[in-house]
Design a protein. Structure first.
Length: 267
């Protein structure tokens, strides 16, 4: 299989490195198009694939084209890409906010899959929501799904508009966790810990709690109850969270992210 990746930032390279790690593509069959001379030189030294700085005829030899440029840069690359894309190629877009119909129109090409990964994909622990144009057959869809799963896990969505919710929930989701972790570390510092000790306490707590969520045969409410004994310290904290409407604020913030994603996709 041959793959071309247009735009080799963090997310594009997360896909590239995962494909190589699992032997889904050989380095000689992985074409990396990166316009930044400095970045392309770095990629050449890393020997992550065949690195070029411009879109050319070789792109047309790939079975799969991955569009991972910034959405605002799509306007500067689609004409060059349209000139070389071949009828049987599948285009996988991981650009936020640009709908399938717009990509099809700009490239004059029907076989488009659209995906929304998140940054843990860089560690092979991502979650990606994806959907596809009706012209993409099941065989090609399964092939793309297999490649996406090299970066973690995936969820197929029949309704493309639900990618706005994926963007809000899992695409932006890591930042919400960082926000909570940052607040907890700050609380530790205010109670007298150094930043290093507070950070260790909070990060290890988060890691352990994550594994309990995944392995314990209990609901989230049951897990909370197991920590929060009646009249105890955890209950005091949870009461303060409830009075500050913390849960409602988080939900409304995530919905605001979804609404902004919808606005962006409409241009």
């Amino acid at each position: 299989m041959k793959i071309a990746i247009i735009g080799c930032g963090n997310m594009g390279m997360a896909f590239a490195k995962s494909f190589l790690q699992y032997n889904l593509v050989q380095p000689d069959d992985l074409l990396l198009i990166e316009k930044s001379s400095e970045r392309s030189e770095t990629l050449k030294r890393e020997k992550a694939g065949v690195v070029v700085e411009t879109i050319g005829p070789r792109v047309g030899e790939a079975d799969l084209l991955i569009l991972s440029v910034k959405p605002q840069d799509f306007g500067s690359v689609y004409e060059s890409l349209r000139a070389v894309v071949q009828p049987g190629q599948v285009v996988l877009s991981i650009m936020a906010g640009i709908p399938i119909a717009q990509i099809q129109e700009k490239l004059n090409h029907p076989l488009v899959v659209r995906a929304m990964p998140n940054t843990p994909a860089m560690l092979g622990m991502g979650i990606t929501g994806f959907t596809a144009a009706k012209e993409v057959d099941l065989a090609n869809l399964r092939r793309v799904e297999n490649l996406i799963n090299a970066t973690g896990r995936s969820v197929f969505l029949e309704d493309e508009t639900m990618l706005d919710a994926v963007t809000a929930l899992s695409g932006s989701g890591p930042a919400y966790f960082y926000f909570v972790v940052k607040a907890m570390i700050e609380a530790g510092k205010e109670m007298g810990f150094s930043e290093a000790v507070s950070g260790l306490l909070v990060k290890q707590t988060m890691l352990g709690a994550y594994h309990l969520i995944n392995t314990a045969d209990k609901s989230l409410d049951e897990l909370i109850k197991a920590v929060a004994s009646k009249g105890g310290t955890t209950e005091a904290a949870l009461r303060e969270f409830e009075q500050g409407h913390l849960a409602e604020t988080l939900v409304s913030g995530i919905k605001a992210a979804r609404d902004r994603s919808t606005e962006l996709s409409k241009g």
